[in-house]
Design a protein. Structure first.
Length: 147
């Protein structure tokens, strides 16, 4: 996983957000590449949307015996526990304006959930507190070992 794609340079620069990539170059995750791009792009985009000037965003990855986990964390505005609880629910698609009045459709999180689940994984709000930020993680099974 490299630095954020060039599509994020302008919004990161506009808000003067610090981006930290904590993913090692040798980290491998076994998931459809288009799914990985869509999910990471959506999570970073939402982190930018809900960050104020001078906030921070980081991406990290951890390998476990049976699954690999990626987390996107920010120091943005955070969300209430009620919003976090329903963020990935098909029945409560909502959209909120970002800190610079950025608009969205509210379907990105549901798409992320669908694609991650199609790859045998799960996605969740690991932490969120109003005024402190949010950490969203997803994990997918590791590739079975070769015989």
């Amino acid at each position: 996983m490299a630095e954020p794609s060039t599509r994020f340079y302008s919004p990161l620069r506009e808000k003067n957000i610090q981006f930290e990539n904590k993913v090692t170059e040798d980290f491998k995750i076994y998931v459809d590449v288009n799914t990985l791009k869509l999910v990471v792009r959506n999570l970073i985009s939402n982190a930018i949307k809900f960050c104020n000037a001078e906030d921070k965003i980081s991406i990290s990855a951890t390998h476990f015996e049976k699954f690999d986990r990626i987390c996107i964390q920010d120091t943005g505005v955070g969300m209430t526990s009620e919003v976090a609880k329903h963020l990935f629910s098909n029945s409560s698609i909502t959209s909120s304006l970002g800190t610079n009045k950025e608009e969205g459709k509210g379907v990105g999180s549901v798409l992320c959930k669908t694609f991650i689940e199609e790859n045998g994984g799960r996605i969740w709000v690991d932490f969120s507190e109003v005024g402190k930020g949010t950490r969203i993680c997803f994990e997918v099974p590791t590739q079975p070992k070769e015989q």
